[in-house]
Design a protein around this ligand. Structure first.
Ligand code: ATR
Length: 274
């Protein structure tokens, strides 16, 4: 029997939790499919994707460093992929790939459903102005926050990003040192500081967290990330890493591919526990 084939493509990809997540979704929704890891050479993304399609592949999750390559490759794409300028999900449409980006929707679901956070009317600070920041601005602005402020080490990139998203809502850039004295309800780490380096304490001023503020790191780990530790020291009432977003963006991809939205809570418990 032929089962529909899906995969996550990246480099590196061995660490990816996507196979575990999608296999759990498939089991819970009684969908018959296979899901594997595809390691593509850094200069061989298009060839690997074409190969996968030729072998009957139905869909791909795209991870580092190929989200821009995926965007460039697809013939048809969703509006949210357009606005992010990157694709994290590809769906085979019989003779071409359709490109989507489910990262922003995944973040929104994690914030609003899992963490019960209101975004409407709140002040949001996004730290970083690279690809990860670009992928979340339109979905955030769609929730009608009081304002979204983008701050980045290289200020010019924050200016460029804020300008690009001005048509979607109240977004502005600010130089990191000019943040002193401002307070935010939600602070999102969209830098690539990640797990192995420390939050640059000389860059981000103290005291940016409003009372009851949430600090959200797009990165996830088995222990608290450096950003979460720093935010808690700074008085953030709640901290969260990006595991919920990872699972929610996967659910959104699964929905696109299979037409069924899987429950995410059991998979969150499985991954957090293991
Ligand atoms: P991604 O796709 O993960 O966003 P990216 O496009 O390379 O990756 O962007 C990385 C982001 O993290 C940038 O905003 C970068 O700041 P610069 O634009 O100044 O490079 C930010 N970043 C990386 N290392 C950082 C550090 N040590 N301190 C502050 N910001 C950092």
């Amino acid at each position: 029997m032929n089962v529909d084939r899906y995969a996550v493509i990246g480099n590196p990809v061995a660490h990816s939790k996507s196979p575990l997540i999608h296999t759990a979704f498939a089991k819970a929704t009684a969908q018959s499919l296979s899901y594997e890891r595809l390691l593509a050479p850094r200069d061989g993304f298009a060839a690997a994707v074409a190969d996968f399609a030729a072998q009957g592949g139905k869909g791909l999750n795209v991870t580092i460093p190929f989200k821009l390559d995926a965007f460039a490759l697809v013939r048809e794409k969703s509006e949210r992929a357009e606005s992010a300028g990157a694709c994290n999900t590809l769906a085979w449409r019989g003779d071409h790939w359709f490109g989507d980006n489910t990262d922003g929707a995944g973040l929104l679901r994690d914030l609003t459903v899992n963490l019960s956070e209101n975004i409407a009317g709140r002040s949001v600070l996004v730290l970083g102005a690279g690809g990860a920041a670009r992928g979340i601005l339109q979905p955030l602005l769609g929730q009608r926050p009081h304002r979204v402020v983008v701050a980045n080490r290289t200020h010019a990139r924050a200016v460029e990003l804020a300008t690009r998203f001005t048509p979607y809502g109240a977004v502005a850039s600010i130089e990191p040192r000019a943040l002193a004295g401002s307070r935010f309800d939600i602070v999102i780490n969209a830098t690539s500081i990640g797990l192995n380096s420390q939050v640059p304490r000389d860059l981000w001023p103290d005291g940016m967290f409003a009372s009851a503020a949430l600090a959200y790191d797009l990165v996830y780990a088995n222990q608290k990330t450096p950003f979460m530790v720093w935010a808690a020291e700074q008085g953030a009432a709640k901290t969260a890493d990006g595991l919920g977003m990872l699972i929610e963006q996967a659910a959104e991809s699964f929905l696109l591919w299979r037409g069924v939205r899987p429950e995410t809570a059991p998979v969150f418990a499985l991954l957090r526990g293991g």
